[in-house]
Design a protein around this ligand. Structure first.
Ligand code: PMP
Length: 373
């Protein structure tokens, strides 16, 4: 049976693309295995060569103060986030999350003893996030502001000017940490690179970055991520990893190092595969009845259409019913409720082109069946 045969369930719900590991990364990992010697036990903070390559990457992007001492290699982005939150949160501390946001943030924060406070942004103005909104949302319990640039699920990319305006607020609160999740940084279709948080002035050492290899660099399933944080915090995170046995095996770190060194070529290859899918998806969404026009998402490989017109009420139970209805038509999508936006769905176009074509047909049929009820 082919992947798109009429009876099999298709999915645009996964956050991971179907792309094979880049050949340079496979080779680098294999070389660590062919030595006929025991594998080295990895350092809890990551291998020096990989940390150097990652520091160089951030320096190159304007974060001139970053050294290998700022970098901690983690077993994936999610594990890195958990370690970081464990290091900085006291029980009950609030993490301010502008929504829509990646659904993973809620549980990771909970596991670290924190509490998510959401700051809902609006599709109507393409998720603009203003200094006034931020000022109003901060409370004495807010320990950390969690930005994602570009954003999963909306694909919104916040410009240098927009991020700078928000940082003018956060600098007035030196106890507040600002974490930028930049895991999709190279998956973007604009002309300017995604501005990294670490390239802005940071007089109070508030700025932290989370990044990884499973999105922009096609190392799906390798379990490698990293943090770029002030050295004292990096040491705390490494100590947590040491105590909990979370170091990344050397073959995976070697693969990651090769991927960083070939980052431009890998990202170019990824974008070339994504571009036609993106065009197809945006065209299909533009022609769906009742769906408000969507500004083209500048980054990530998601679109986040507003399907509220297909719901009796934009409530989580109704939204779940709609997602279940779409699934009965053979298509799995992410319920936007889990991202803080009931009535929206997240669609990934990091899939085989024929899967996308068939999936979009199923979405159209499913929505037509709702509209005709
Ligand atoms: N941050 C964001 C915004 C994500 O979308 C994801 C994965 N979906 C992660 C972090 C975690 O990535 P990893 O696969 O490296 O654990």
């Amino acid at each position: 049976m082919s992947a798109t045969s009429s009876s099999s369930l298709l999915s645009l719900a996964s956050g991971y693309g179907p792309y094979p590991t880049p050949a340079v990364a496979v080779e680098a990992a294999m070389a660590t295995l062919r030595t006929n010697q025991a594998l080295p036990v990895p350092a809890a903070e990551g291998q020096p060569a990989l940390r150097e390559a990652l520091a160089a990457r951030y320096q190159h992007r304007g974060a001139t103060h970053v050294t290998p001492d700022h970098v901690v290699v983690t077993p994936g982005g999610k594990a890195g986030l958990l370690t970081l939150l464990q290091a900085v949160l006291q029980p009950g501390d609030e993490v301010l999350v502008p929504t829509p946001a990646w659904f993973g943030f809620w549980e990771v924060t909970r596991q670290a003893g924190g509490v998510v406070r959401t700051l809902p942004l609006s599709a109507d103005n393409n998720y603009a996030f203003t200094p006034a909104q931020l000022t109003e949302a901060l409370t004495p319990r807010t320990r950390l502001l969690l930005l994602t640039n570009p954003n999963n699920p909306t694909g919104r990319l916040y410009t240098r000017a927009e991020v700078g305006a928000l940082l003018a607020v956060t600098q007035q609160h030196p106890e507040l940490l600002v974490l930028s999740d930049e895991i999709y940084d190279l998956v973007q279709f604009g002309e300017k690179p995604t501005p990294t948080l670490l390239s802005f002035p940071d007089p109070h050492a508030q700025h932290l970055v989370l990044n990884g290899f499973s999105k922009s660099l096609e190392l799906v399933g390798w379990g490698v991520g990293y943090l770029v944080v002030p050295p004292a915090l990096a040491r705390t995170c490494a100590a947590i990893q040491f105590a909990t046995g979370k170091s990344v095996p050397v073959p995976a770190q070697a693969a990651a190092q090769a991927a960083v060194e070939a980052a431009d070529a890998i990202a170019a290859d990824l974008l070339a595969q994504l571009a036609p899918n993106r065009a197809q998806l945006l065209h299909a969404l533009a022609t769906l009845p009742l769906v408000p026009a969507l500004p083209p998402p500048a980054g990530t490989y998601y679109a986040f259409p507003d399907l509220r017109a297909y719901l009796p009420a934009a409530e989580p139970a109704e939204a779940a019913n709609l997602v279940a209805h779409i699934k009965r038509h053979g298509l799995e999508v992410v319920d936007g409720t889990n991202c803080g936006a009931p009535g929206f769905v997240r669609l990934s176009y990091a899939v085989e082109p024929e899967v996308l074509t068939e999936a979009l047909g199923r979405l159209r049929t499913a929505l037509a069946a709702v509209a005709s009820k």
